[in-house]
Design a protein around this ligand. Sequence first.
Ligand SMILES: Cc1ncc(COP(=O)(O)O)c(C=O)c1O
Length: 459
Amino acid sequence: MLSNLAVRDIETLVHPYTNLATHRETGPLVLESGKGVFVTDSNGKEYIEGMAGLWCTSLGYSNQELVDTATEQMKKLPFTHIFGGRSHDPAIELAEKLKEIAPVPISKVFYGASGSDANDTQVKIVWYMNNALGRPQKKKIISRLKGYHGVTVASASLTGLPNNHIDFDLPLPGFLHTSSAHHYRFAEAGESEQDYSSRLAAELEEMILREGPDTVAAFIAEPVMGAGGAITPPEGYFEKINAVLAKYDILFIADEVITGFGRTGNMFGTTTYGMNADTISLAKQITSAYFPLSAVMMNDTVYQALVDQSRKIGTFGHGNTYAGHPVGCAIAIKTLEIYKRDKIVEHVRKVEPTFLRCLTALADHPLVGEARGVGLIGGVELVSNKASKAPFEAKKGVGAKSVLFAQEEGLITRAMGDRVAFCPPLIITEAEIEEMFSRYKRALDKTLNWVKAEGLLAA
Ligand SMILES: Cc1ncc(COP(=O)(O)O)c(C=O)c1O
């Protein structure tokens, strides 16, 4: 029996990333409040938020300092834009702080309001820059199958997931996808991680040569693939990719929308994996998700090209109303201050062994083929046969079923096909990590009973 709120939801909302047909029967999970790593629904049931919302509420759900900072900024200057050379203190101070902690030399910062628009900006900057440099044919962008970069027309074109393309008439021409980097699923029998990485780098090089290096402008990658299934890269992968990109003068865009700000046990995933990034997209944990804010950080070569071109054209004709919103920037400055003061990166490193021990212990379960992670992000892959790695038929929704059972057990997590992700708030304690995984273990046991009852296990 659906609650009154649920009925009103169904009659009024189109939900993002939702099966709009089944939603009419199942209705929403309505959350009402949050404290620390816990959220509470409209029936008073409490859950561990094992996904930090959408990989974003790093400081949890009840950070009073962020609330106070937002309130103060709202009272002082609730809005001003930064078009036409207008500015304000929080926008300037945040850019300075981001430059200070950037993992590679960064010259300037451009603000937006979402990860998608940051990656959209990346695409436009690459095109604009290459026009400025007098190479108008160097425009193609390579991303990876299973990579996720957002939902605008350009960022969804970068994304390598079928659901973001089918019937949206995407990707646009000029967006190419090379293989994802998932050793468990795609390595050949007996192939080491290093050899698999070499093969992927060679494949990327072949693609560049086939297309013509003077037509390929940029390559974009997440340090850890998020929406593709919480997939950590194989050993040596980015080192080998760096070399290919450098050889053909191809810009490296790091999409740190999930991994930025401590998630992988360093301030940035770029550092964790040694990525030679030229530009970096940031969002989500930049404000602990207390306000929509994103940023593109760029090196000086990119910046100088933008300056030259705007000298020629008369303007840099890009940007949105809420770019550098003073409330978002003030919250981000406070968030960065808390990360530093509370040693959040050190905390992630301290609890990482517990997280990885509990995560990898799931691999003993009959349904789990792979369990792997880094820092405080990881994924498990559910399979119908562990020895052959045979997947379940996608439409049986085994991953999604395990997430529903987890919800019963008081845990929110997320299935991407039959991969299930764990990405809790960075403030999580060791005891809460243990509790999170024991709830998921119970959910897996229920899933196994269901899978057996449905006859879904491969022989
Ligand atoms: C790596 C990555 N890039 C970009 C995006 C898009 O960000 P947004 O949803 O804020 O547009 C996401 C969202 O999850 C993401 O994970």
